[in-house]
Design a protein around this ligand. Structure first.
Ligand SMILES: [Zn+2]
Length: 346
């Protein structure tokens, strides 16, 4: 994903649009209230909060999830054009087909910031595809080919393994698919693995361009795997394996999906993870959820590491993003909170 400082600039324009929309909606709401008050008085009814301690979910196995991180790293670098990329796509599709009812591999062609055309693959696996009410859980599976944030400049043009930035989110989706398939929630579930998320313009390029990141999610949002596809809401997992996980209320998530943010953060608080899902607003992050929100209009939040000392995480876009950068217990925390929310839905 992209460096957040740069996104702020782009996001200001976007915020102004949202602000304009908010003003219009408020005006419309006031108008509606005035109209309804002429008739019967409308009383807003607040839905009772779910008691998450009473919600039953399947048990997420941290060791099993971590083994999927190890499996992915064994393929080596997984950016488009590498053998590891090809092998990892086949691996994800094969494992998911063992747990899910349908698996669709969506190939696409895209041009990177440097003019290079690459072949990507989004992978969409579904539980109970016939159910109308759905939740979509997403992560990117490609690893970045330039360690452009490394402290050692000689590493800037080298690829990285992407244990946390890539493999951790994939592992969370895979283990959730395994345990959820045996004890399904009321909603149907779609697991979407996006490709070519992390091949955006490097810091050393000396310039910045919009939309060079998140190519797979841009493609899927414009060409969903099923016609008229929609879901109640979605969750994006990015860098969810840091040993000291810390998630804040990211701006795009708060703007597009405030209700879901409230639900997830209050569930985490109820489960004793208030120190992980921190009650703190943070700036916009250019990540896959932006395109899903903007184009498909599915409210989607980004659960992404936000270390107070670093950009995202100390290993972010460095060659240090290897198997030691992922703690299996962090994978379990984020999945446990997510499943409590999903299984709490009627
Ligand atoms: Zn990244």
């Amino acid at each position: 994903m992209s460096n957040l400082k740069r996104l702020y600039r782009n996001y200001t324009r976007f915020s102004l649009t949202i602000l304009g929309l908010a003003v219009a909606i408020t005006a419309l709401t006031l108008l509606t209230v005035r109209c309804t008050r002429k008739g019967v008085q409308q009383q807003p009814v607040e839905a009772p909060a779910t008691d998450y301690s009473k919600v039953t979910t399947p048990e997420f196995n941290a060791d099993s999830a971590y083994s999927y991180v190890v499996d992915q790293l064994a393929f080596g670098y997984r950016h488009p054009g590498t053998k590891g990329h090809e092998q990892c796509a086949a691996y994800i599709a094969r494992r998911m087909s063992g747990w899910c009812d349908t698996v669709i591999v969506q190939p696409f062609s895209t041009t990177l910031w440097n003019g290079q055309t690459v072949q990507g693959k989004n992978i969409i696996a579904s539980l109970s595809p016939e159910k109308e009410k759905r939740v979509v859980l997403v992560a990117h599976w490609d690893s970045r080919q330039w360690a452009d944030h490394d402290t050692d400049t000689t590493n800037w043009r080298k690829p990285l393994l992407g244990a946390n930035d890539g493999a951790s989110g994939v592992a969370v989706l895979m283990e959730m698919a395994r345990v959820m398939s045996a004890m399904q929630p009321n909603m149907g579930v779609d697991f979407v693995f996006f490709d070519v998320e992390d091949q955006g313009i490097p810091e050393w390029a000396g310039r910045y361009e919009d939309n060079t990141w998140c190519k797979g999610s841009q493609h899927w949002a414009k060409n969903p795997h099923r016609m008229f596809y929609t879901a109640e809401y979605g969750i994006l997992y990015d860098m969810v394996g840091t040993a000291t996980p810390r998630y804040t209320k990211e701006e795009i998530s708060m703007n597009f999906a405030p209700g879901l943010m409230k639900k997830v953060w209050s569930c985490a608080e109820a489960l004793g993870y208030g120190n992980v899902f921190v009650d703190e607003l943070s700036g916009a992050i250019l990540d896959d959820h932006l395109y899903v929100n903007q184009i498909l209009r599915i409210p989607m939040i980004d659960i992404v590491q936000n270390s107070p000392m670093y950009s995202f995480d100390q290993n972010w876009h460095t060659v240090g993003d290897n198997k030691d950068a992922v703690d299996k217990n962090s994978l379990k925390i984020v999945a446990t909170v997510s499943m409590k929310v999903i299984y709490g839905e009627k």
